[in-house]
Design a protein around this ligand. Structure first.
Ligand code: ZN
Length: 191
């Protein structure tokens, strides 16, 4: 059995995602934990659930959309990236890694293919670091390089706290961040 990506569907998903925070000159401004970030997250969750994934959100807002495998105890194969952008961001940086993962799930679904391990599509919170203290905040906590409290207490130039903004957009999840094994991690990325 072979599974093939649908390049037209993959392109359409990028163009629809790029409308969220679209700038006049064809780019995207979707800073972390803004209203635009929320809308892009909501769209991803909607698409992932429509593709049959179970969605979890951890305490720093990382989103994991899981396509089940035949062995629920197998460590997941994970792929993903980020949906936040820099102020003068492009349409593909970050979004490609997320939407490519979603397309893989959809292609497997179309082919009726099962995998032994679960497949997780991840959206890391605040990769760009343009608003709060530093970049790659969500993935740094997942990797054990920063504490949850350190990230949640970060403030933006307006004095707004990371943890409060995360709750405001509805992505202060209940899952612990990290602490589970990953079988493999792949990330497609366009800068
Ligand atoms: Zn990026």
């Amino acid at each position: 059995m072979s599974a093939a990506v649908d390049r037209d569907r993959l392109w359409r998903s990028h163009m629809e995602m790029a409308e969220i925070g679209a700038t006049a000159r064809g780019g995207v401004c979707r800073l972390a934990l803004t209203d635009e970030d929320k809308v892009s997250r909501d769209l991803f969750v909607e698409w992932a659930e429509a593709a049959g994934c179970a969605v979890r959100v951890d305490v720093v807002g990382n989103i994991f959309a899981r396509r089940a495998g035949t062995d629920p105890n197998a460590p997941p194969v994970m792929t993903g990236s980020h949906l936040d952008t820099q102020p003068l961001g492009g349409r593909f940086d970050g979004a490609y890694g997320v939407l490519a993962g979603l397309e893989v799930v959809q292609a497997l679904n179309d082919a009726g293919a099962e995998t032994r391990a679960p497949l997780d599509i991840v959206v890391w919170t605040d990769e760009e670091g343009c608003r709060f203290t530093t970049k790659t905040m969500g993935s740094a906590v997942f990797a054990g390089l920063r504490s949850v409290a350190d990230v949640l207490d970060g403030v933006d130039p307006d004095g707004l706290r990371f943890g409060d903004e995360l709750a405001r957009i509805g992505y202060a999840g209940s899952e612990a961040c990290g602490g589970f094994a990953i079988g493999a991690y792949f990330e497609a990325h366009i800068e």
